[in-house]
Design a binder for this molecule. Sequence first.
Ligand code: PLP
Length: 284
Amino acid sequence: MSRIVYVNGAYVPEEEARVSIFDRGFLMADAVYEVTSVLDGRICEFEGHVARLHRSLAELKMAAPVDDAALLEIHRELIRRNDLTEGTIYLQVTRGAADRDFAWPEGAEPGLVLFTQAKALETPKAAETGIRVASVEDLRWGRRDIKTTQLLYPSLAKMIAREKGADDAWMVEDGYVTEGSSNNAYIVTGAGTIVTRQLSNDILHGITRASVLRLAREAQMVIEERPFTLAEAQAAKEAFSTAASIFVMPVVEIDGVPVGEGTPGPLAKRLREIYIAAAKATSI
Ligand code: PLP
């Protein structure tokens, strides 16, 4: 059975899905996106992802193609049609198709594409072993708080990290870690404090980040939102990353230096459990 995707109002087999070559998402990365996780056939953190989608659209003065209720129904229909129990749903809104011009077109119909990806999220092997990261200079643009489809540099950063024998990149700017190639970055100090960079235009405001910090506070964990250096991260007791597709992922090595014992730390493991339980409890 081929995967059924959603493209501009229609559910079609992926081989039949078509978008215009004039779509500005294709020509200029003039598009925003979201990725939500699915556990037990239900969508996690839908409200948070939709709220951030609206924020991204508003920052780029882009129109929402459908209302939130319709968006939820499309997610659910894709889950049903693809028999998805565990994986992710990718959603992309583009400014639409118009003859190529740097100026935004008037009256273009926004484009909307969604597709599912079946994958193990709850118990992937990486969560047991932890992942290794390599530092890469952060050369992205200055509005990383908007979730746009300009993913060339994060993709390049990931490949540089792979060439260095690591699984992912942590990006560094002015000596401080900003975030991972597609996730937010954290360390745990010797005193047990969770440190992660504060929200600004420098990083994406992760939906998982917001929930993990709230759950950590509820569990009486201490949090500091501030920048940290690579050296501080390498000397930390633990490190981890968060994103919708990895939840809480332990980081066991940074630029070849083991973090703590070089194995997933107890705090990251606990936060992963707490997060997954909460995500399931609130999934829709
Ligand atoms: N930072 C970047 C650069 C990302 O691309 C992502 C997710 O794609 C995140 C952080 C994590 O965001 P979320 O937790 O909403 O998935």
